[in-house]
Design a protein. Sequence first.
Lengths: 207, 207, 207, 207
Amino acid sequence: MQTQIESQGEKETGRLEAFSDGVFAIAITLLVLELKVPSMPLAGATSASLAKALFQLWPSYLALVTSFFTVLIMWMHHHAILRNVHRTDSRLHFSNGCLLLLITFVPYPTSVLAAYLQTPAAKMAAAFYAGSFVLVAISFSIFIYGAFRPHLLSKNASAKFIEATHRSYRMGPPLYLLATLAAFVDARLSLGICTVLWIYWAAVIRG
Amino acid sequence: MQTQIESQGEKETGRLEAFSDGVFAIAITLLVLELKVPSMPLAGATSASLAKALFQLWPSYLALVTSFFTVLIMWMHHHAILRNVHRTDSRLHFSNGCLLLLITFVPYPTSVLAAYLQTPAAKMAAAFYAGSFVLVAISFSIFIYGAFRPHLLSKNASAKFIEATHRSYRMGPPLYLLATLAAFVDARLSLGICTVLWIYWAAVIRG
Amino acid sequence: MQTQIESQGEKETGRLEAFSDGVFAIAITLLVLELKVPSMPLAGATSASLAKALFQLWPSYLALVTSFFTVLIMWMHHHAILRNVHRTDSRLHFSNGCLLLLITFVPYPTSVLAAYLQTPAAKMAAAFYAGSFVLVAISFSIFIYGAFRPHLLSKNASAKFIEATHRSYRMGPPLYLLATLAAFVDARLSLGICTVLWIYWAAVIRG
Amino acid sequence: MQTQIESQGEKETGRLEAFSDGVFAIAITLLVLELKVPSMPLAGATSASLAKALFQLWPSYLALVTSFFTVLIMWMHHHAILRNVHRTDSRLHFSNGCLLLLITFVPYPTSVLAAYLQTPAAKMAAAFYAGSFVLVAISFSIFIYGAFRPHLLSKNASAKFIEATHRSYRMGPPLYLLATLAAFVDARLSLGICTVLWIYWAAVIRG
């Protein structure tokens, strides 16, 4: 009977994971839609002017790469976390839902940042971008607390992994808040912090 | 041989579920595309004007959140329902198809609501939004009747769950109709009812 | 060893199916993006003018429903066909790829039809729409021939099903060609034929 | 215990594959969004002018087909490669992530090519397009090196397949670089090379 409970629990998170994977994969792919084809009078377009226009889109490329890896690494952690969980309940479903809502939202601040990074409104755009990740980080923390409750854990859950996850994610909200505040000093500083953060979390992932 | 039939039935709904999960996940993620980057003369944009523009988009955020959770919770119920079903037939496939059509439609009334909530056309936008959910709720009811037919049910289907589902979803179409009619009194009242409804159905879900 | 070969073959089509399911699900959900929020001077918008604008979009709704069910039913047949197939080879992969290319294309003629159905260019829009389904139907036929080759079939493949599928799909290309030609007489006649066709194929599906 | 390790490894790549499949499927389907409905004064539109406008979009169709098959074939190889791999580690995850980033990017140079192929900026558009595939090909090579490390390989990995894959993909970056340089001679020559390349790699795939 124990095995039946285990396998039933595994099936439950399997569905939650498959749906979440879908949302992560779609959100990450929709990021490309923020890249707009440079519009210029088609007849007068030259290779030089197109090259210049494509080059000037560097804030879009930068925003795309930053958001892509931030979401990708969150997906990896999401997976690593649920590998330790065998049962679900409505609280886990709901906290996962809130996280997914914010993940699907990410392409929007990414577009805003890309559109305004080279304008006088750059600071606000960067603050909006980093501020969105404050919300993502908070909802990720709530998700972790929802997932790592004793009656949901799998029998072979790693106490060490749970501890390490709690420790590294506890720093998420304050660090993104720092990036948000840094935006009012300099937009690029804020983006730089966001970049350092995904590289840090990428390094934290264990196989 | 009994187990073979069971497992074959399980495989059939498995495919139906996987496809439906995909459509739900994509529809829920496409909602973000209704959020438009504020357009203003880029050179004259300031942090203050961008902040104001982003803030004025609150109807879009509200519409996004309401639609996201309404669809998410419908997906959860969809799953809970099919957990009790082991075989499929063309009627179930077709009623599921109609439901998916309406789910993929949801981003459109969401965009309309977001675009017109702060205009004199708010009442019609809210009526169109809530009215779309009348159709969704009707097709969900038809789907439930299609799924809970004796020869499709799994052996361990819960009669109590089936009864409770019928009871709670029977109220869907009239309640969304009420929200639609309320829109002609006040658009926000209508949105408020839609919000209460997804919170109610979220609470109804049992682990 | 026989069972190993069988199960390995099943795994191969499993991957093909999962990828195809994804493409079908995304293409079917992207159809909603053809629906544009009515644009009018926001300040002067009234509930009456919005209602009228939403109502005038009926060609878009009609095109959406027709394309949705045509693709949905093609997905169901795709599944039913691959249930009889256990092994894959490059020819099956390639013919499936061509089919998927045309499935991902469907949202485009759907948008064209929706945009021009009420203009003097309606006939060409309907011919382009129905003509696209001629290509889809041809590639579906090629896919069927690619799938139903003896060395790929599963041991419990149904000869009756294979025969019936060949028979009903052989009619696809000429019937859509008829719809294309009918477009030059009357755009609505063409759309009507397309509607009859998906209803016919829906009826042909067996459980 | 050996089987446990094997099956655990299989599960790990299973997740990586499922997520990657999702991203490939979405990126390939988003390509259609680059096709814009011809815009002309709706009242004055005639069947003849619409036909002409749809015909003039041939660069878009060509770009769509080329990108579609290039990505589709890359997906097939991705699958064939991971069939030989049973364990994952962070380096494989990260190199796969970089590949996915570039795959999601493909719709953008496709749109740029489609928009500018018939303008005086055609050479730059084709160079940007082929140049993007240089990056894709480099990241694919890095992915292959990441995947084919001895401690990740499955016990029944085919040394011959690994050798053949290394050999055929080693040519990817220089050949796409050639296509990029060819763009500055003639945009169509560049596109022609890209077309020959996906046909070549399609032929290389074994079952």
